[in-house]
Design a protein around this ligand. Structure first.
Ligand code: MRU
Length: 338
């Protein structure tokens, strides 16, 4: 069976067990596995350990996890679970929007059925927002802007379904265009190489993985028509927090007059942050930089050290791109102006 958009979701309610189901993204592209749990703590840990990642998917996972907590405990300990889910990751604001939405729902003392439907509606809204973003993006990309560079994974895995940055690419492909995608590998966790390239390949879209350091050089040679990335949080002035390396891309794009587009649903906007300086940036463990995992020739998972054991690492997970470096931000309502 094809594993791709409109066929699977990064996260969903699992009716048979009365639990949450998600794709174990750390195993991709080598192994496609869905996990089901009826324990809200496992769902929180799935976000924390990045089994599920990407801003809209994180939000939807928290929504389902909170629906699960409500149905299990009949509303008792709900404040504990709200705090637990809010503590899982700091930068993607979708997580906090989802927790707030579930809190509002809980205040109306819903039945189990109602709160599950509410979480479903939250996830569905993200998917329809993504589709609208992609439609606009596909129209927005000028004719000829078909060699597109993307960073990290802002695909369906990251956004429940369709993706944010990839949605425009999928719309182009479905319209019979032939987009070509430069996929930044996205060190240290390699979401580009592991996830975006896999997604695009599943959809039959031509792409090539490149080292992050190759991006500026491809632009200098006129081989990039546009950059499209997602976002984890967008401040009121239009500054964008996204995967580490996005800011550097924006500098190179400006230098080489390559348009830089950001695709993100309303759930990624944070009016409480007036500028990017207010956005909390997640610092992750150095092991992600110092070690690599993957499968060996026999298909067995291996985890190896790539640095001298006595050296430590710096690992900011996100950076902030100033709005002045961005050509346009596209959301489900069209082109957004700060
Ligand atoms: O650390 P991650 O993998 O959760 O970071 C994901 C990103 O930075 C994505 O680009 C962003 O969430 C946009 S997702 C549609």
């Amino acid at each position: 069976m094809r594993v791709g958009l409109d066929n699977f979701r990064a996260v969903n309610w699992h009716h048979e067990s009365g639990g949450v189901q998600w794709i174990e993204q750390r195993l991709l592209p080598h192994c496609f596995e869905q996990v089901v749990s009826i324990d809200p703590e496992n769902v929180a840990m799935a976000i924390e350990t990045m089994q599920v990642r990407g801003a809209p998917s994180i939000g939807a996972t928290a929504a389902y996890g909170l629906a699960l907590a409500w149905t299990k405990d009949k509303g008792r300990f709900f404040d504990f679970w709200l705090a637990r889910f809010r503590s899982t990751r700091p930068t993607a604001v979708n997580l906090f929007h989802a927790c707030n939405a579930m809190q509002t729902c809980a205040e109306s003392n819903p039945t189990a059925q109602q709160i599950i439907e509410y979480a479903d509606a939250y996830a569905d809204a993200e998917v329809s927002a993504n589709k609208r973003i992609g439609k606009t993006m596909a129209e927005f990309l000028a004719v000829g802007e078909r060699r597109i560079l993307t960073h990290c994974n802002a695909g369906w895995l990251a956004a429940v379904d369709w993706g944010t940055a990839t949605s425009g690419i999928y719309h182009l492909a479905h319209a019979g265009e032939k987009p070509f995608i430069w996929v930044d590998e996205t060190r240290p966790r390699l979401q580009g190489a592991r996830l975006t390239a896999w997604e695009l390949n599943q959809e039959g879209i031509d792409c090539r993985i490149q080292a992050d350091g190759a991006a500026a050089w491809m632009m200098a040679q006129g081989k990039v028509d546009a950059i499209v990335v997602g976002a984890d949080r967008i401040a009121a002035n239009g500054d964008v927090a996204n995967k580490i390396g996005t800011y550097g891309l924006s500098l190179a794009a400006k230098e080489h007059a390559v348009p830089m587009y950001v695709a993100a649903p309303a759930s990624t906007f944070d009016a409480n942050c007036s500028t990017g300086l207010d956005i909390p940036i997640e610092e992750r463990g150095g092991q992600e930089v110092l070690r690599m995992d993957g499968v060996d020739i026999a298909g067995k998972f291996q985890d190896v050290s790539i640095a001298a054991p006595e050296v430590s690492a710096n690992n900011p997970a996100f950076d902030v791109t100033p709005f002045t470096n961005i050509t346009a931000i596209i959301n489900e309502s069209g082109v957004w102006n700060p």
